[in-house]
Structure formats: C-alpha cells, structure tokens
Design a protein. Structure first.
Length: 346
C-alpha cells in the first residue's frame, strides 16, 4: 500500500481528447453534442516526481535482490507498519485473553449464582410449604375457636338469663333485708332506750348505795367507808377501826375530801370526823406510816393551835388536839366484782 500510494490532491479532472468521441446518441438523450468524457490525470509536481523516483529505486532494488537470491529489504515505513500491525495483533490477543478470562469468571459467577438461586428456591419452597401447613393448621384452629366461641356465646346467653333471675331474687332479698334492717334498727333503738333507762336506774341505785350511812359500810370509789355514830378520841377511833379490820380514812388528794363531804347527808355535815393523819416530830404521817406531802398537810384547827391529829370538817382537813372527842370514819378495800356482783362491793 505504501509503494502504490497516491496523493489525491495531485489528481484533477480533465476532459478526454476530441478524437475519442462517443457514439452518436439518440435524439432526446442526455448530454450535449460537444460534451467530452471526464477522466483522471496526474498533476505534475515535485512530490509526484520524488515518489516516482523512490518507487523506481525500490523496484530496482527488488530486482537486484531477486537476481542475487536475497530477500528484499524493507523500508522504514514498512517496518513501522509491521511493528504497528504486530502491536495491534498483540493488543488484540491480550484483549481476547482478558475477555476470555473475564467471560470465564462471569460464567463461574453466573453458575454459582444459579446454584445459590436453586438452593434458595428449594429453601423458599420448603418455607412456603411450611407456611401453608401452618396456615391450614391456623385455619383449623380458627374454625374450632369459632365453634367454641359460639358454644360460649350460647352458654353466656343462658348464664345471662340466670343472672337476670338471680338479680331479681337478689332485689327481692335486698328489699326484705332493708325491712329487716329497719326492724333491727327499731329493736336496737328500743334496746338502747331500755339500756339507758336501766343504766339510769343503776346510777340512782348506786348513788343511794354510795351515800355514806352511820354504822354501815358504804362503797366510795374503790373503798368501803364506815361512819361512826359515837364520838371518841383520835387514838380510840384508830383502835376501833383496827378492830373492824380497817383503818382510819386516808384521803391523799384534797379533791377527794371535798367530794366525800359533798355526798355526805346534810345531817352529817354538821359534825367533825377523825381521819388517819397524825403529826410526829414536826412531820405529818398517815396511819400506814407514809409521809404526807405539803399539799396533804392539814391547816391548824381554829380552836386548837397545837393540834397533832387531823380531822375532816366542812370539806377541809384541820389539825386539832388528839384528846378531843369526834366521830370518825374507817376505810377498807372494796370487794372485787364477781359473777353475783356487777360492781365492787362492801
């Protein structure tokens, strides 16, 4: 190709010589009478001459080589073309090998993907089968549940009817219970009124019984009191109380003295009564040998400035002469409440 290459820029169109005329054409044919045939001819130039000279030299060299028995010597362009062709061939070979390797890899990947897809399809088919079986079982359970629910609804309806009957019976029972509660409340009110009346009677009876009487044991709080009707000295009064298995009265709280004086009959409130309080060595002691505090100390008697024995008069305690003769009060512990005694007794 390089030896016969032609530069198209050196070619031009020329009209053929006049003597080479074309045969006459039919009237009405295309083209004019004087038109000649267009041909190609080379344009003389320096490049064309050099090419022709080079071509002649190469042909001469080729003839000399063929005559001498040696292979023709290629030119520089031919070597470049052969090298380019060889490189292109090698590139195409490498590309073909790379494409083949890539095709093999893709084929392996596609084959592996196909196997995985087959395994996944099998697994998926098994799962679908399992789900279908589970769905069938769920449908069967749902069917049985619906049947059971219908049975329960029927039973619930029957229970509802029974419940309504029970509610009616309960309503009647509540009405009867309300009547009974009203009757019970009335009975309870009557009983409370009776208890109040009984308590009032007991209180009155206890008040009568607790009012001290001469020569008689009378309940006063948790004590039994005995009021004498005769007058004696303080020592004689103490001895007489001891004979009755008791002692002279001890009232440690002044308010007890006032309260006792208030419940005494009015006839007895005109007298003076010895109590179990005596002065020894400038200190006051009770008959049980316990020391009397300053709040328990009696005031001096108006008729006796040097009294060593205490008496009760007008709700107060006074210290008078022990030889004076007065009435006295003895005390002892009350009996505990028993089956035949609701309250403490004397």
């Amino acid at each position: 190709m390089s030896q016969e290459g032609v530069t198209y820029a050196d070619l031009r169109f020329v009209r053929s010589p006049l003597e080479k005329k074309s045969p006459p054409r039919e009237p009405g044919g295309g083209g004019g009478e004087g038109d000649g045939e267009l041909t190609y001819e080379n344009v003389e130039g320096p490049q064309l001459r050099r090419g022709e000279e080079r071509l002649e030299e190469e042909e001469a060299a080729a003839r000399r080589s063929s005559s001498s028995g040696r292979a023709p010597k290629l030119g520089r362009r031919s070597w470049f073309a052969a090298s380019a062709l060889l490189g292109t061939c090698l590139l195409l070979l490498g590309t073909t090998v790379g494409l083949g390797v890539r095709y093999w890899q893709v084929s392996q990947q596609l084959q592996q993907a196909s196997q995985d897809h087959t395994v996944e399809s099998v697994v998926l088919a098994e799962r679908i089968g399992t789900k279908e079986r589970q769905l069938q079982e769920a449908k069967a359970q749902l069917r049985s549940t619906r049947e059971a629910l219908q049975d329960w609804e029927a039973a619930g309806s029957r229970m509802q009817e029974q419940l309504q009957k029970r509610e009616k019976e309960l309503s009647r029972a509540r009405d009867n219970l309300d009547l009974l509660m009203k009757e019970k409340l009335q009975e309870q009110q009557k009983r409370e009124e009776s208890e109040q009346e009984l308590n009032e009677m007991r209180r009155q009876l206890q008040e009568v019984q607790s009012r001290p009487q001469p020569n008689k044991w009378t309940l006063f709080g948790c004590k039994c009191l005995w009021i004498s009707s005769e007058q004696k000295t303080w020592r004689e009064s103490k001895e007489d109380c001891e004979k009755k298995e008791s002692q002279l009265l001890t009232l440690r709280d002044p308010s007890d003295t006032e309260r006792l004086w208030e419940i005494l009959p009015s006839v007895e409130q005109t007298h003076h009564f010895w109590i179990g309080l005596q002065k020894r060595n400038y200190y006051w002691f009770w008959v049980d040998d316990s020391w009397a505090s300053w709040t328990e100390t009696p005031k001096q008697c108006t008729t006796d400035r040097d009294g060593n024995c205490a008496q009760m008069s007008r709700g107060t305690r006074e210290g008078c002469h022990c030889s004076t003769r007065h009435r006295y009060i003895c005390e002892k512990a009350a009996g505990a409440a028993q089956a035949d005694h609701t309250f403490p007794w004397c």
